[in-house]
Write a protein that binds this ligand. Structure first.
Ligand code: ACO
Length: 327
């Protein structure tokens, strides 16, 4: 969708992230799972992940990331009138984790809800919040990706349990009057193809088994779809906004697997050094991975004002999509 006709532009004015205290190396995992550091690094690029402490919930991670984003933005919590949490691992089946986050931050105005698009969740949430802000329905949003995937892993399935971690990332999105060339979100594209539901899913839920269930994945098939879908959505968004791949300063992708990141960059003809990579340290944190990677590259000074950045992701559903921003 193009963003030329609305009175406001939404702009990311702050970001923040949070990782639980406990880092777990591949070697540590290999003590209880039939795997090795070599296998995990070679197939995924992952060297460690973080696991939430007992009693530490998705909402706790989300609140910690949100506070850091508000701090960077210099925005007080009571200015926020929209809280959107992207998560596939909510504290409870209902209400939305966003309402708990809203309450913990002391926000009493506006709306709060969750968005569920698994690893594409943050991209979906950002696009939804952007739509609300651009038409003037809300003025200031917290968009958060937060997950505790360690709670839905099957520790006897070595093909999946080594790939995921816990974490959260957040951005503060503010509506500003539209003017040409100003910083802000320029466009987004969301896609889904539910025919591939069974390639990556959790085998439980309130309506099916009455249990939380565990993650199931056909890794090779997911891999096959990932590179093709991600490369095409990036090209579509850029073309829609009149840009070429060479105009991009940074690609901030969902961090599933180093081979997917490298494959996507290669297919796009994008220099690998323009891709923000955190999967080695964070593993796949689902909806948290894009804002975690964004926050990393903003705080270490790589992403700078005026640059063109593209956030993208793909996950269960299958879902995929991207958002283009002028920083
Ligand atoms: N340690 C050691 N050996 C393992 C492990 C492990 N953790 N897991 C699997 N193996 C073995 C298998 O048993 C198999 O052995 P066999 O040949 O004796 O039968 C062998 O390794 C190959 O297994 P495959 O599953 O075929 O391995 P593949 O090369 O496909 O790699 C992987 C698996 C890493 C999951 C890959 O398919 C992948 O990256 N897929 C993308 C999926 C992904 O990243 N999903 C994240 C969520 S979706 C998203 O975020 C986009």
């Amino acid at each position: 969708m193009t963003h030329s006709v609305t009175p406001f532009t939404s702009r990311i004015v702050g970001c923040g992230s949070y990782l639980p205290a406990r880092a777990v190396s591949n070697e540590e995992l290999a003590r209880t799972v039939d795997t090795s550091d070599d296998w995990i690094v070679e197939r995924s690029g992952i060297r460690q992940r973080y696991f939430a402490a007992e009693g530490e919930l998705t909402s706790d991670l989300a609140v910690a990331a949100a506070r850091r984003a508000l701090d960077m933005a210099g925005v007080a919590a009571d200015e926020v009138d929209l809280v959107v949490v992207a998560t596939a691992t909510p504290d409870n089946t209902f209400p939305a984790t966003a309402t708990k986050v809203q309450a913990k931050l002391g926000i009493t105005q506006g709306a709060a809800f969750d968005v569920q698009a698994v690893c594409t969740g943050f991209i979906y949430a950002l696009a939804v919040a952007d739509s609300f802000l651009r038409v003037g329905q809300h003025r200031c949003a917290l968009v958060i990706g937060a997950e505790t995937f360690s709670r839905i892993l099957d520790w006897t399935d070595r093909g999946t349990c080594v790939l995921f971690g816990d974490g959260a990332g957040a951005v503060v999105l503010r509506a500003e009057p539209s003017r040409p060339g100003a910083p802000g979100l320029l466009g987004s594209r969301l896609r889904a193809d539910g025919r591939h539901y069974d390639l990556l899913y959790v085998d439980g839920g309130p309506s099916s088994t009455g249990t939380a269930g565990a993650l199931r994945m056909q890794g090779r098939e997911v891999f096959r779809h990932a590179v093709a879908n991600l490369a095409s959505v990036v090209v579509e968004i850029l073309a829609e906004q009149g840009f070429a791949v060479a105009d991009l300063d940074w690609l901030v992708p969902h961090q599933a697997n180093l081979r997917i990141l490298a494959g996507t960059a290669k297919k796009l003809g994008l220099a690998p050094e323009k891709v923000v990579v955190t999967v080695d340290r964070h593993a796949n944190t689902s909806a948290a991975s894009v804002p975690l990677a964004l926050d990393t590259a903003v705080r270490d000074g790589r992403i700078r004002p005026g640059q063109l950045i593209l956030l993208e992701g793909m996950g269960g559903g299958l879902t995929w999509g991207g958002c283009l921003a002028r920083w």
